[in-house]
Design a protein around this ligand. Structure first.
Ligand code: ADP
Ligand code: ASP
Ligand code: MG
Length: 835
């Protein structure tokens, strides 16, 4: 047996009602109870009529009633005809005429009493249930309208009546069982019950969920299905957090917590009957998408769902007030908290959160914003003596706050989850006004200014990666969070390469940092976001201007990111700046570092020593394959040789693709100025080509290699032959470029002289443990270096074992794509090496 509840949003049009009918018809005679909401928008409209009844003009009232008539008539005319339609039209007319009469009476008295409000509002469900019952009959399903006042017995509190399960169960069984046995589908208006005197009462907004679970518990139904306009219970309200996702299984305690935080999707007390009634214990509760009945939606299960993810959802209760009782000093308030709570209870003001620091200096509670004034009154009266004597300083209220709930089986007792929640808010610049966390609770409450509630939910949703499937959130393979420093050509290429590898990759780019600021997403920047950010960078816009970015120095950015405790973080430096201090800090706090940036490793020896020392102390590893030969396995080869016990005596090579290209062109007879301009146009050079021609870049690579062999010395110890004549070194860039042609003749002479000896020109580094030389040489075409072409790099390792014939690594050694892949390789190595 099943109870099907159709929500208001699901009953919006004739087609929707027909769809609901077809879902019941699909049951094919299996015992089914149908509970309906009012048609979409009807409860709101009826409440508006009820509240304006005393003051509205007859014309206004007529208009409102006319709209209600049209809403219902549209559905029933589309689905029914003949006697059925006539009967329902009569019922509709009678119902609205009564509302008109009640309103007329209200105008006379000046108000509509709560009892009458419930009578008015209950009409929505009653009319909807009649229409659905008739439509079922029309579709060949035997159905019968059963009024809720015959079934659901309540305490009679108007507007928020609580069902009495013990009294409801026998009534529901007595009335419904015979119908079910006779294969008739009872159709019951939800949201409605009977007070002690038989009067009609309502169960509070969203109460048809509760009607459904009460009846399911009473009848011991196998399941109760709440058909909704959403795909199930989501990780957040989709109106606040658009990338919320369905939670497939949720413990009842978490679901109830979610509902209590005001997730409109479920009435706050909807799950209570099932926990209370012995028969209800076996009932499954399903929240399913009305529009896509083949999807599974959410199952709410009685026991706690085993999950390693502490947080399953976020929600917010809006329109709250925080009321504070402030004392004068330590322990000045014995018993005051108890009396304050008692006073609020006596005044009928429900309290949702209580927070008191151990210092007992003040006590804060949150209440419904509409009752703030009432709460203040009650407290001031109850605590008048202390306020008068000065023992208490004040009682005050702040309206316009919201309680954001972080819901999960262990959200409250997982210290890391709580810490993460608080740092997330801090990073978003949202100060919590009060917090509370139950020792055994299923949630953590954070009171914030209401204007920041949506932002807070989004940030928390993001921080707990709720937009990812639960399995991914708790996956055993730890993700490697990549923080990308520098969003130039290499950085963009690398980000794209990592993003393209998708969810299977252990790598995830969680932040992009440039000089202006940073963009961070604890859950990893999506491929699309990375593409957008890179696009903006290409267009010349600094990161700080991107949506969701923060302006910050790189050091501030790293601190903010570190506060989120990224998983196995790696700082990737693809800048060309002196980032030593930053890297030292990262390594010292246990972050790994991957460099394409040569500058920090070509810094003075003691700075480089400090870097390595920081890594040893903090546990961070430093890899830098891309600093020499871009993606070519130069450092990797060296490492393997050394690991295998070989002794590397010398490394010779051409580590500049730019100069390699230039000499290739000169060898083919091109003028120097033409060849250089071509290299510039192809993007092979630094913005000022003298940076390449001076040999500084090559010298840095040589120094990095030499240091790997044990060389201890600085850049100033490297003998570099600059290709820029002394007189042209200090010129402004444009003046230098204007005088390029002056260099053509001397270069032509050099090339010719080399050729006369059957040789070609190369710009070569030669590195040993003791000496580094960088400069122009003329080599035979049979020399390995002689055969190089284009922008290729080459490195020849002469070792104890590779003595006669060096071990040679050759290949493209410049360009964003190959440099990025050198960095990528290092990242994968770090990800693969368990610590
Ligand atoms: P019904 O039609 O059954 O009355 P409601 O309209 O009361 O359904 O509840 C569904 C709405 O609740 C959704 O449209 C959605 O906007 C809102 N909602 C808020 N929080 C959540 C959540 N965590 N999961 C799903 N829906 C939510
Ligand atoms: N129709 C009522 C409301 O809008 C009850 C419900 O939908 O559950 O609150
Ligand atoms: Mg609802």
């Amino acid at each position: 047996m099943a109870v099907y509840k159709f929500g208001g949003a699901s009953l919006a049009t004739p087609d929707a009602v027909a769809h609901a009918v077809s879902l019941v018809a699909r049951r094919d005679g299996a015992p089914t109870v149908v509970v309906t909401s009012a048609l979409a928008g009807v409860t709101d409209a009826l409440l508006a009529v009820a509240h304006a009844a005393a003051t509205a003009t007859p014309a206004q009232l007529d208009a409102a009633l006319g709209r209600l008539r049209a809403t219902h008539a549209a559905v029933l005319d589309a689905l029914l005809d003949g006697d059925d339609a006539r009967t329902l039209h009569d019922a509709l007319d009678a119902s609205l005429a009564e509302v008109a009469a009640l309103a007329a009476a209200a105008r006379a008295i000046g108000e509509l009493a709560p009892r009458e409000v419930d009578r008015v509002v209950a009409r929505g469900e009653r009319l909807a249930a009649r229409i659905v019952a008739a439509a079922l009959g029309r579709a060949g399903v035997r159905a019968e309208y059963v009024d809720a006042t015959d079934l659901v017995v309540t305490d009679g509190a108007y507007g928020e009546a609580a069902p009495d399960l013990a009294a409801t169960a026998p009534a529901a069984r007595r009335v419904l069982r015979p119908l079910l046995r006779a294969r008739v589908v009872p159709v019951v208006p939800g949201f409605v019950g009977r007070g002690p005197r038989g009067e009609t009462v309502t169960l509070g907004r969203g109460g048809s969920d509760l009607s459904a679970t009460v009846l399911a518990a009473a009848l011991g139904a196998r399941r109760v299905v709440l058909w909704k306009d959403v795909p199930g219970l989501l990780t957040a309200d989709p109106r606040a957090v658009p990338n919320a996702r369905v939670v497939p299984r949720l413990g009842a305690r978490e679901a109830a917590a979610l509902a209590h935080y005001g997730a409109k999707v479920l009435h706050p007390r909807a799950l209570a009957p099932l926990a209370l009634a012995p028969a209800g214990k076996g009932t499954r509760v399903l929240v399913r998408p009305f529009a896509r009945p083949d999807e599974r939606g959410t199952e709410i299960v009685a026991r706690r769902v085993e999950s390693r993810a502490p947080v399953v959802a976020v929600a917010a209760t809006m329109d709250q007030a925080i009321v504070r009782v402030v004392g004068r000093g330590l322990h000045a308030l014995p018993g005051v908290a108890a009396r304050a709570l008692a006073a609020l209870h006596a005044a009928g003001v429900p309290v949702s959160l209580v927070s008191q620091a151990a210092s007992a200096y003040d006590v804060s509670v949150t209440v419904d914003g509409a009752r703030a004034a009432h709460a203040l009154d009650a407290l001031r009266r109850a605590l008048a003596p202390e306020l008068a004597s000065g023992e208490l300083e004040s009682v005050d209220a702040r309206v316009g706050v919201a309680t954001v709930g972080v819901v999960g089986a262990c959200a409250a007792d997982d210290a890391r989850a709580a810490a993460r929640a608080l740092t997330t808010l801090a990073d978003a610049g949202i100060a919590p006004l009060a917090t509370a966390q139950g020792a055994a609770g299923a949630s953590l409450s954070l009171v914030v200014d209401a204007t920041r509630a949506v932002e807070a939910q989004r940030a928390l949703h993001e921080a707990f990666r709720l937009h990812e499937p639960a399995a991914a959130r708790t996956a055993r393979v730890a993700r490697t969070d990549v923080v990308l420093l520098g969003a130039g050509a290499i950085g963009r290429e690398l980000a794209a390469q990592i993003a393209a590898a998708g969810a299977r990759s252990p790598l995830r780019v969680c932040a992009l940092v440039d000089r202006s600021g940073f963009v961070f997403d604890a859950g990893g920047l999506s491929r699309r976001r990375i593409a957008e950010l890179c696009g903006a960078k290409v267009a010349g816009r600094p990161l700080a201007l991107a949506p969701g970015a923060r302006a910050a120095t790189a050091a501030e950015a790293l601190d903010a990111i570190a506060a989120h405790r990224p998983s196995r973080p790696v700082l990737v430096d693809v800048t060309a700046a002196d980032t030593g201090a930053l890297l030292e800090r990262a390594l010292g706090t246990g972050w790994d570092v991957v460099l394409a940036n040569k500058v920090p490793l070509a810094a003075p020896q003691e700075a480089v020593d400090r870097l390595h020392a920081a890594g040893r102390a903090g546990g961070g590893r430093l890899l830098h394959e891309a600093t020499v030969g871009a993606g070519l396995p130069v450092i990797d080869t060296l490492r393997k040789l050394l690991e295998a016990g070989d002794r590397v005596q010398r490394i010779e090579g051409c580590p500049s693709g730019t100069l390699g290209f230039l000499f290739g062109e000169l060898g083919r007879g091109l003028a120097f100025s033409a060849a250089l301009r071509d290299a510039m146009a192809r993007g092979y050079t630094e913005p000022d080509p003298r940076d390449d021609l001076s040999g500084q870049d090559v010298a840095r690579k040589a120094l990095i290699l030499a240091r790997l062999l044990g060389f201890r010395g600085d850049l100033s110890d490297v003998a570099v032959e600059s290709l820029v004549p002394e007189a042209m070194r200090a010129l402004p860039r444009d003046a230098f470029l204007a005088r390029l042609a002056e260099l053509d003749a001397p270069w032509e002479a050099r090339v010719r002289a080399a050729r006369a000896q059957g040789r070609v020109l190369r710009y070569r580094v030669r590195v040993t443990r003791r000496r580094i030389a960088v400069g122009l040489v003329a080599v035979a075409p049979s020399d390995p270096l002689g055969a190089l072409s284009g922008t290729d790099n080459q490195f020849a390792f002469t070792t104890a074992r590779y003595r006669a014939q060096p071990l040679v690594v050759t290949g493209p050694g410049a360009g964003a794509a190959v440099t990025a892949s050198g960095v990528y390789g290092d990242l994968l190595r770090l990800a693969a090496e368990r610590r």
